[in-house]
Design a protein around this ligand. Structure first.
Ligand code: SAH
Ligand code: SF4
Length: 355
């Protein structure tokens, strides 16, 4: 199996070509064909000499993902299911907003964090995605937009698909550098958000990176007892470890952080929990906001979505206590757009077919 050409940063490709006797400017040409002209075959790079094309073809693949399913929702959301070279399937979602086109990418095949409410956590991680496989998700969506010929481009990225990005840290960082590069897709760091279930160690590492990428923390509960109940990662990284990592991040970057909070009926959606949450975040309320997320029911979980009134009461309590807060608008609910849902259905179908 050849590795994806999209997995190399510009510097890595330059060095790779130099080591094989090719001129430095070839890397710029190749990147221009990949990311600006967006060709799908090396042979189309017609200002690159034959030897260089041959070398690239022998060592790299330009398409390692194949599209299995593409579902378009009435609100414009498009959901893609891709097959990887090893047969695993992953999903990617394009969401359309007034401010641009946002893509939700997957970073792992499955997820080992195993949160009790999540479809991705139902299926153990079988492997990390390579940086190339993560970049290719964006390229596939961009190619789909190119086909529509409306001059639309992917302008925003959320790393909120299947997997825990901080459990695949190095590949995720390469991915960020590649899509952010001026020579490539040039997607602004401020337009990219990475979401983590709270791996404290990597939050420190991320704070020390020289990047303006936004950080979101999946908090979902304001105290250890409840958080451990719904997210077992809280045993390894309880609030006593997580919050100091967040404080370090805020101090180091001075960037606003998002706290995600899924509203689970009668589990974490009482006014009492809203008060606790306001207390927990009181000292960082100027550099944070809370995103209240309506729960997307998953077949094998018993949780239910909170009532509208509970969500509003929760919201009001946070607001009254000076916490910035929004209720997330949902996209593509008619097509299983909650990350992990299409894939888990597909994997189950395949498993049943094999029985
Ligand atoms: N592993 C990372 C990123 C992927 S999950 C993380 O957990 O942050 C992205 C977001 O979707 C997280 O906030 C996660 O808690 C949320 N999520 C997972 N399952 C969901 C569901 N069924 N309904 C609504 N949100 C869900
Ligand atoms: Fe993994 Fe995130 Fe799902 Fe938790 S919510 S199981 S960390 S993908």
């Amino acid at each position: 199996m050849k590795e994806s050409i999209y997995g190399l940063t510009f510097d890595q490709l330059t060095e790779w070509l130099l080591e094989r006797g090719h001129k430095k400017f070839r890397a710029s040409q190749v990147w221009d064909w990949l990311y600006k002209k967006r060709v799908k075959e090396f042979s189309q790079m017609n200002n690159v000499n034959k030897d260089c094309i041959k070398l690239l073809e022998e060592n790299f693949a330009i398409q390692t993902l194949t599209q299995e399913i593409k579902q378009e929702s009435s609100d414009g959301t498009i959901k893609f299911l891709f097959k990887l070279q090893d047969g695993n399937v992953i999903e990617t979602v394009l969401m359309r907003f007034h401010y641009g086109q946002s893509v939700c990418v997957t970073t792992q095949v499955g997820c080992n964090i195993g949160c009790s409410f999540c479809a991705s956590g139902l299926l153990k991680k079988s492997r990390d995605l390579t940086s190339g496989e993560i970049v290719e998700q964006i390229m596939n969506v961009q190619h789909a937009l190119d086909e529509k010929a409306n001059e639309e481009r992917v302008s925003h990225i959320v790393i909120m698909g299947i997997g825990e990005p901080f459990d695949n840290y190095d590949n995720m960082m390469d991915f960020l550098r590649i899509v952010n590069s001026q020579k490539g897709l040039c997607i602004g760091a401020r337009h990219i958000t990475v979401s983590t279930s709270g791996l404290a160690k990597q939050i420190y590492d991320f704070a020390n990176e020289d990047l303006q990428v936004n950080l979101a923390i999946s908090l979902h509960a304001p105290n250890d007892e409840l958080r451990t109940k719904i997210m077992k990662i809280n045993k390894a990284y309880p609030l006593g470890k997580l919050m100091p990592a967040i404080d370090y991040y805020l101090e180091k970057t001075n960037r606003r952080i998002t706290f995600e909070y899924i509203m689970l009926r009668d589990v974490n959606d009482h006014v009492e929990e809203a008060k606790q949450l306001a207390n927990l975040l009181a000292d960082k309320r100027h550099l944070s906001y809370v995103n209240l997320i309506p729960y997307n029911p998953v077949d094998d979980h018993s949780y239910q979505r909170s009532e509208k009134e509970s969500i509003l009461a929760f919201y009001d309590t946070l607001k009254k206590n000076g916490i910035n807060c929004v209720i997330r608008h949902e996209n593509g609910t008619d097509i299983d757009a909650a990350c992990g849902q299409l894939r888990s259905k597909q994997v189950k179908k395949l498993e049943n077919a094999g029985k």
